[in-house]
Ligand binder design. Structure first.
Ligand SMILES: O=c1[nH]c(=O)c2[nH]c(=O)[nH]c2[nH]1
Length: 301
């Protein structure tokens, strides 16, 4: 049956590129999701399988990371224009490049002037509440999910166990990022006790966990997480128990050596933000003498 090739395009989709620029102690983040789609004289690869006109999708990915390092990311538009022009003008068979970019915005945590390397992603987290009443006692567990935070320095991970399967290198300066899912249980049980101001409590707890994330010099996500919970218990009398489930959102330094580019943390760097697999770090933090009642698996709450 005679057939003809219609519209076609190809490229690497969803390159998660994070560019951190260091201006002394003040860091700046550009966080993009870049998708490249190229088209042009691509009949042969489809008809005969000849790759003679095919710039690999892997190369398009490398170009995104290398351009981020070499030229920086001023804006999504400027970055996209630069990439599109490059593909169309440097490769004869490529006639059209479509660069789609999603940009994730970050806000600083804390006061300007002190350690400006902690960020919370813009856009509201989801606030959660679970209320249980058995006719006598109340149990209120509140929380949040999808509160995405990042420290662009003051995080290390070293001194860990090494066995025959360990390849992870020790690091004294890494990106620490997570999307916080947390629950906290109130000690309010009804019966004439003063009712907490639920909204103030939520705002204060959110503030304390963000400040603990920003202010802890991190030796592991486990340690940072414990500090976040302990700070809530220390500052909020109405809370007896906190549970966190924190994915360790790995940011890998991209190897740009093959393109003659040095990519290290010292002067700001480009990272590949990986979404899976991820470390999953979970714990309950309890006020002394109190018992744990929040389920271990937070997807059940
Ligand atoms: O903060 C961390 N805790 C770990 O337990 C761990 N494991 C790992 O590979 N990286 C990290 N990072």
């Amino acid at each position: 049956m005679p057939t003809t090739l219609g519209q076609n395009q190809y490229g690497k989709a969803e390159n998660r590129v994070v560019r951190i620029t260091r201006d002394g102690a003040t860091h700046h983040i550009k966080d993009l999701n870049v998708s490249v789609a190229l088209s042009g004289d691509m009949e042969e690869v489809h008809y005969s399988g000849s790759n003679a006109s095919v710039l690999p999708t892997d190369t398009t990915k490398n170009t995104v990371y290398a351009f981020a390092k070499e030229h920086g990311i001023e804006s999504a538009e400027q970055f996209g224009i630069h990439l599109a022009r490059h593909f169309v003008t440097s490769q004869e068979p490529i006639r059209r490049a479509r660069i789609r970019i999603e940009e994730y915005a970050w806000e600083r945590i804390g006061t300007p002037g002190e350690g400006e390397h902690s960020f919370v992603r813009k856009g509201q987290e989801t606030r959660l509440a679970q209320i249980t009443f058995d006719g006598e006692e109340w149990e209120v567990v509140s929380g949040l999910k999808d509160l995405t935070v990042m420290n662009s320095t003051d995080s290390e991970f070293r001194g860990f166990v090494k066995d025959g399967y360990t390849t992870l290198q020790e690091t004294r300066d890494r990106v620490l990022a997570t999307s916080v899912s947390g629950r906290w249980r109130f000690n309010w049980t009804g019966d004439g006790q003063r009712t907490p101001d639920w909204d103030t409590s939520y705002e204060e707890i959110r503030k304390h966990l963000l400040q603990a994330f920003a202010e802890t010099y991190s030796r592991s996500l486990q340690q940072t997480m414990y500090h976040m919970g302990a700070r809530i218990i220390d500052h909020r009398d109405e809370i007896d128990e906190v549970r966190f489930s924190l994915p360790n959102s790995h940011h890998f330094l991209v190897d740009l050596e093959p393109f003659g580019l040095k990519n290290d943390t010292a002067d700001g760097a480009v990272y590949f933000a990986s979404d899976r697999p991820y470390g999953l770090i979970e714990a309950t933090i309890l006020r002394d003498g109190c018992e744990a009642r929040i389920p271990v698996d937070l997807t059940n709450l």
